[in-house]
Design a protein around this ligand. Structure first.
Ligand SMILES: [Zn+2]
Ligand SMILES: [Zn+2]
Length: 277
């Protein structure tokens, strides 16, 4: 428990910067899975999202910490009703935070208003580790903030569990978006329980049939249980969204205002018809 507390004391921003440097360098030197397009601009656009998030997070983090402490002080949630060892509570807590995040993510694909914000993350046509940063700051309020507070209220989770969740999820986020080749045996072994990079890349496929699948961040188990797991060979994936294909629509400023622009979502049928013409 002491080791865990020490690990959680490390500023998550250092972990983020360290991982970004490692993955950016690996993608630059190793034979990557997909071709890069204007890499420096791409990185700059995605890093600007992280800066915007950093500023907004001063507010999000305060609300989350205040809300979860309030819930804990009032002993709200399942784990206040049962007696279980702390380590079970921690492991189950991480899995349950991931499950609630799964449902919030799934909702973001289903509800048109939420999709307007979430599609920013899906807009990246040339994915790499920095795509992890590309999320609209308003979306993060709904998803990161609300999802974790809701999970804590239902299951009685505390800030230690939330800290552990971020510690586990962060490497997953980088691996899942990295422009690196991952062998399919990883999918056949770890992929029975965990979300592998190939599985998350399928989630970034242009075709809506695949975009609406593999929603889990850590445990692909949730997709398998709730019937949204899909597979496609990684080399056949085309990233992004048809409606965001032009260079102009890949800039930070355009993406920031894009939720307020009406854009019809291209369906699988329309995409197939378009490919034929
Ligand atoms: Zn998504
Ligand atoms: Zn993603």
């Amino acid at each position: 428990m002491e080791i865990l507390k020490k690990l959680l004391a490390i500023d998550l921003n250092y972990i983020l910067i360290g991982m970004m440097v490692i993955f950016y360098s690996l993608e630059q030197i190793i034979n990557t899975q997909f071709k890069f397009i204007k890499r420096p601009q791409h990185l700059l656009n995605n890093v600007l999202f992280q800066i915007a998030f950093y500023v907004c997070n001063i507010f999000y983090a305060t609300v989350t910490v205040f809300s979860i402490e309030w819930l804990n002080n009032h002993q709200v949630g399942f784990f206040y009703l049962v007696q279980v060892p702390v380590w079970i509570k921690l492991i189950a807590g991480v899995a349950l935070l991931d499950m609630v995040s799964y449902w919030f993510h799934r909702m973001s694909h289903k509800v048109p208003l939420l999709w307007r914000f979430h599609r920013v993350h899906h807009s990246d046509t040339s994915m790499d580790a920095s795509t992890n940063f590309r999320s609209h700051p308003i979306e993060l309020l709904f998803w990161f903030g609300t999802s974790n507070i809701v999970a804590s209220a239902i299951f009685g989770l505390d800030l230690l569990t939330l800290g552990l969740y971020f510690l586990v999820a962060t490497p997953f986020f980088f691996l899942e978006h990295a422009n690196l080749r991952f062998p399919t045996w990883v999918d056949k072994t770890f992929g029975l329980i965990f979300t592998t990079p190939n599985f998350h890349k399928i989630h970034h496929e242009q075709d809506q049939y695949y975009t609406d699948s593999n929603f889990s961040d850590i445990f692909i188990l949730w997709d398998r249980i709730f019937g949204t797991f899909k597979y496609k060979p990684p080399e056949q994936i085309k990233f992004g969204l048809k409606e965001f294909e032009s260079d102009k629509k890949q800039t930070f400023w355009y993406l920031m205002i894009s939720p307020f622009i009406n854009m019809a979502r291209v369906t699988s049928e329309e995409l197939k018809k378009g490919d034929k013409t």
